[in-house]
Design a protein around this ligand. Structure first.
Ligand code: PEP
Ligand code: MG
Length: 606
């Protein structure tokens, strides 16, 4: 039996091709990726990317040499910025990298190390990159952690330039292969020739890295963060990878190859059915229609979501505008981003006001020491304390609201007073804009992100004063279960299928509907295929999920019966344990009562 241990290797005896005395028993190795990145099933030969030596040389320089070292850094920076500006024309990710390359913290870190510590440019750069990336990597939020990888990417580009190493163009690859590398730059991903690359696996990186995001965008199966992969494979080895389950088989036997090829065909048939129905509405077999929107963190992601038939943007994480630069973005910069996003957005763009603090730090802003940052100064609390900054954001959103339909959503609300205060400030901004004769949408809607136990308890009252609710299960789960969402030790406690979380969700939906307002969900739970039927049955109106999951959620909903889903939700309401919940969710519906319940829903749950 092979036990699944993330990133660890299990050994399986390879079946001999024919039995016979003295025959050699070969070894077939299995690895598991801790989490899947971009889905797909592939069999093929491996190409291992050779690593360029980007280790910094460590030299002590003299006072006289500091000027020359600084000049070397400046010319490397100039070249890197030129390269990134070209790449940024096609992809906003490189626009973000350009901002990092131009960041004053990066430059001053390198220069002060050269000047004051007499480090050479390479070593000064390595130390500075390490320090800045470390700030992001200390954060608990997976997305923010991965921004550390972006800093490292830019650091590597600068280092390659300083050392005179040209980036790899993969020209040695002659036939379609599975590319294996320690890590890939987003710019590497942009260069991949899809006729020659079937999939890729990296030893480092996480599922929210930009490389993962780009792989999803290209539809390229990918597994990232597979520890030990570089020790296990060589160029030319055969490999089967299942980027649905995270399973990798090195040196598979013929039977395994045949098995994988069959699975691949089945998956491709499923995908083409999903794709073909991609633009169809998310409507159940008995006519209940919901919307399937996207969660996005940049204008580029809004564009991708629109191309993937999003019904709207259920969550535009505005904080990323604040994280890319070296100071708070101006009203003008924000207006520019929100209006571009609003123009690209099909139907409504839900802009969440600044949600920093907790695990989301800003490199240029001191939050002060806190014993419990997740229970501390974060999200709407900061906005209400820093009114000037908050109003700049509200004015920018209001001004952009004439470029497309925009809604405003306030994060981490715990009281009616907070909602009132935020709405009062919005009114003030509206009055200012009127005086300045600047147009905006006077009917702009304001909603509450339902992500705290207090908001659940006050749902009826909040519903009377809000235009919509969106359930943030990522935080709601951690606060209800008193389980830090980023703490691996207690990850088994952090479970949105806990009956307490499910009851809270049901309560919010009920309270919202009783007051006549729509209720959506933008936490990760909305994209969990095991939860689709339950949430539908509870009456959720809007599923806001990552761009790549939208087609699956829509497809699952199209094959479900609302009536049967309501029955499941009712049965789940009585469950006392997670196990009981899962039993109900996995139970096969009574076909006589539930119309034709889907084979694709089953496929998703697999
Ligand atoms: C949530 O809490 O569910 C959510 C969507 O917000 P974030 O993950 O940004 O805290
Ligand atoms: Mg949240």
């Amino acid at each position: 039996m092979n036990r699944k241990i993330p990133g660890k290797i299990a050994i399986k005896k390879k079946r001999p091709k024919s039995s016979g005395a003295g025959e050699q028993v070969m070894i077939m190795k299995k690895l598991f990726a801790p989490k899947t990145s971009s889905k797909g099933i592939v069999t093929g030969k491996v190409f291992v990317r050779k690593e360029a030596d980007l280790k910094p040389s460590q030299e002590k320089i003299t006072e006289e040499q500091t000027g020359a070292e600084m000049d070397r850094f400046f010319s490397a920076k100039k070249k890197v910025k030129e390269d990134l500006a070209v790449l940024a024309e096609d992809n906003d990710i490189f626009g973000a990298h350009l901002l990092i390359a131009d960041d004053s913290a990066l430059e001053s870190g390198v220069l002060s190390r050269i000047r004051e510590k007499h480090r050479n440019a390479e070593f000064a750069l390595a130390e500075t990159t390490e320090e800045l990336a470390g700030i992001f990597e200390m954060m608990d939020d997976a997305y923010m952690k991965e921004r550390g990888a972006d800093v490292r990417d830019v650091g590597k580009r600068l280092m390659a330039e300083l050392k005179g190493i040209r980036p790899d163009d993969f020209s040695e690859i002659r036939e379609p292969v599975i590319l294996v590398a320690r890590d890939l730059f987003p710019s590497d991903t942009a260069k991949l020739d899809l006729n020659k690359i079937k999939a890729f696996i990296t030893q480092e990186g996480g599922i929210t890295s930009h490389v993962s995001i780009m792989a999803k965008g290209l539809g390229l199966p990918a597994l990232v963060g597979v520890s030990g992969i570089l020790d296990e494979v060589n160029t030319g080895d055969m490999l089967c990878m299942d980027a649905l389950t995270g399973e990798i088989i090195v040196d598979p036997d013929d039977r395994t190859i045949a098995e994988y090829e069959k699975k691949q065909k089945e998956y491709e048939t499923y995908r083409s059915t999903v794709r073909a129905s991609g633009s169809l509405p998310a409507e159940t077999v008995d006519g209940r229609r919901v919307t399937v929107c996207a969660n996005t963190g940049s204008v580029e992601e809004v564009r991708a979501a629109a191309e993937n038939h999003a019904d709207g943007i259920g969550l535009f994480r505005s904080e990323f505008l604040y994280m890319d630069g070296s100071c708070f973005p101006s009203e003008e910069e924000q207006f520019e981003a929100y209006s571009r996003a609003a123009k690209l957005c099909p139907r409504e763009l839900t802009v969440r006001t600044l949600d920093i603090g907790g695990d989301k730090e800003l490199p240029y802003f001191d939050f002060g020491e806190e014993e419990n940052p997740f229970l501390g100064w974060r999200a709407i609390r900061i906005s209400l304390d820093m009114k000037e900054m908050f109003c700049e954001q509200l004015r920018a959103i209001l001004r952009a609201s004439v470029c497309g339909k925009i809604r405003i959503m306030f994060p981490l609300i715990v009281s009616v007073e907070e909602l009132r205060e935020a709405r009062e400030l919005l009114k003030q901004c509206k009055r200012e804009l009127e005086r300045e004769q600047i147009s905006f949408d006077r009917e702009i809607q304001t909603g509450v992100m339902m992500e705290t136990p207090a908001a659940v308890m006050m749902a009826e009252e909040l519903a009377k004063e809000a235009d919509f609710f969106s359930i943030g299960t990522n935080d709601l789960t951690q606060y209800l279960l008193a389980a830090d969402r980023g703490n691996k030790k207690i990850s088994s406690i952090y479970n949105s299928f806990h009956p307490a979380v499910l009851r809270a969700i049901a309560h919010i939906i009920h309270a919202g509907h009783a007051a006549g307002i729509p209720v959506g969900m933008c936490g990760e739970f909305a994209g969990d295929p095991r939860a689709a039927e339950l949430l539908l049955g509870m009456g959720l109106d809007e599923f806001s999920v990552s761009s790549g999951s939208m087609a699956d959620v829509r497809y699952a909903i199209r094959s479900l019966s609302y009536e049967a889903a309501q029955k499941k939700a009712e049965a789940v309401r009585k469950c006392r344990t997670v196990e009981e919940v899962m039993e109900v969710l996995n139970s096969v519906p009574d076909m006589s009562e539930t119309h034709s319940c889907s084979s694709n829903a089953v496929h998703l749950a697999d």
